[in-house]
Design a protein around this ligand. Structure first.
Ligand SMILES: [Zn+2]
Ligand SMILES: [Zn+2]
Length: 127
């Protein structure tokens, strides 16, 4: 088998990267679109620093640790769990995402306990 292929005037050795270039380049537009979607669907490209700043501040305000097991290593693994679901107006994360005023976020957070992701899922399993 001849592993040498040519692009225009250039001669290239058939390496993995060239191979990928050919495969990707030959994808039908709809297949390529679905590939792109998969990549984009994974994670938001832009880190929303403002979100995490507000979340960090809120976590600190509420003691900075899980109210059940005391976990305090990573703020992002700490969640606000509504003690009484009937009192719940909106998710805390949504309030932050929607850039609601701090007072509104605090008011909603007062209906919650701060728990880590593990304890949070346990709470939901048991309820
Ligand atoms: Zn916990
Ligand atoms: Zn919850």
């Amino acid at each position: 088998m001849d592993l040498n292929i040519s692009f225009g005037t250039k001669k290239n050795t058939f390496t993995n990267s060239v191979f990928c270039g050919i495969i990707c380049g030959n994808l039908r537009p709809e297949a390529r679109a679905s590939l792109n979607q998969k990549v984009e669907g994974k994670k938001p490209k832009r880190k929303d620093n403002r979100y995490h700043k507000t979340k960090d501040k809120l976590v600190e305000t509420f003691g900075g640790k899980c109210g059940i097991c005391g976990y305090n290593k990573w703020n992002r693994a700490l969640h606000f769990h509504h003690l009484d679901p009937t009192q719940k107006d909106i998710e805390i994360s949504k309030l932050i995402t929607q850039k609601k005023p701090w007072s509104m976020i605090l008011k909603e957070a007062h209906k919650c306990i701060l728990v880590c992701a593990n304890c949070h899922s346990e709470l939901h399993e048991k309820s």
